[in-house]
Design a binder for this molecule. Structure first.
Ligand code: PGA
Length: 262
């Protein structure tokens, strides 16, 4: 069974003090759960102090980005090698990285390879723009993003990775239009189908696929209930104690109900 994953991407919000206070409050509220993993992705600056404060039975840490070279004269960058003892996951190819910082498909595949080489699990973000969708190019865009990002990996590597389907027009930064669960399911099925074509059905069944795009405590469950959806990647709502813990509560409730059914 694939574990449910709830990831909070704090983006460029919360200084060290604010981050520490939010973690402290979440830590009191969130329980240890065998089937649910809660991951926090704070800014690079805050990773180190949070790693000392964090209860590792309740949370895992993720980097929001890193550079693909392991070390060298790359002013201003931090490598996956430097992060390997600090984080379990790294978000790679987020649409803000692609659109604001101009990351290309090649950059992203190099980052995915560097993360895996350093024992860090990539959370690979993929998703189409509104223009792509209107032009009926969604599948082509998802195909290119998935295939190029994974191209340096073996099927054992791919089994471990996480893919977040984040239609760009649904992300709060770029419009925040709500995607219907049907549309999300169709895209997620297509992503898993691509992985199955490339690496086989067994691998595709192990990959966790998340949804991201304006998810908050009110609507998270609707996405988490989609067949084949393994959790959510939360941006804006993840820096709100009430909204983020509400999302984790929704995941607990779903697991409890599932347990009661079986
Ligand atoms: P949002 O961000 O939840 O604020 O839309 C999601 C993301 O950027 O991953």
């Amino acid at each position: 069974m694939r574990k449910t994953l709830i990831v909070g991407n704090w983006k460029m919000h919360l200084n060290t003090m604010q981050a520490s206070i939010l973690l402290h409050r979440l830590q009191e509220r969130i329980r240890i759960h065998r089937d649910i993993e809660v991951v926090l992705a704070p800014s690079m600056l805050v990773l180190q102090p949070l790693s000392l404060q964090i209860d590792r039975r309740k949370f895992r840490l993720a980097a929001q980005n890193a550079y693909h070279k392991d070390m060298g004269a790359f002013t201003g960058e931090v490598s996956f090698t430097m992060l390997r003892d600090l984080v379990h996951y790294a978000i790679i190819g987020h649409s803000e990285r692609r659109l604001i910082f101009g990351e290309t498909l090649t950059d992203i595949s190099e980052k995915v390879a560097a993360a895996v080489r350093n024992g860090i699990t990539p959370i690979l973000c993929v998703g189409e723009t509104k223009t792509d969708r209107l032009a009926k190019h969604t599948k082509r865009v998802l195909h290119d993003q998935v295939v190029t990002a994974l191209k340096n990996l073996t099927s054992e590597d791919v089994e471990e990775i996480v893919i977040a389907y984040e239609p760009i027009w649904a992300i709060s930064t770029f419009g925040g239009e709500l995607a219907t669960p049907n549309l999300v399911k169709e895209a997620m099925d297509y992503i898993r189908h691509q992985i199955s074509e490339l690496y086989g059905k067994k691998t595709a069944e192990k990959v966790r696929v998340l949804y991201g795009g304006s998810v908050d405590d009110q609507i998270a469950r609707g996405y988490m209930e989609i067949d084949g959806c393994d959790g959510v990647l939360v941006g804006g709502a993840s820096t709100s104690y009430h909204k983020f813990s509400g999302i984790v509560d929704a995941a607990y409730r779903m697991q409890r109900e599932l347990g009661e059914e079986t």
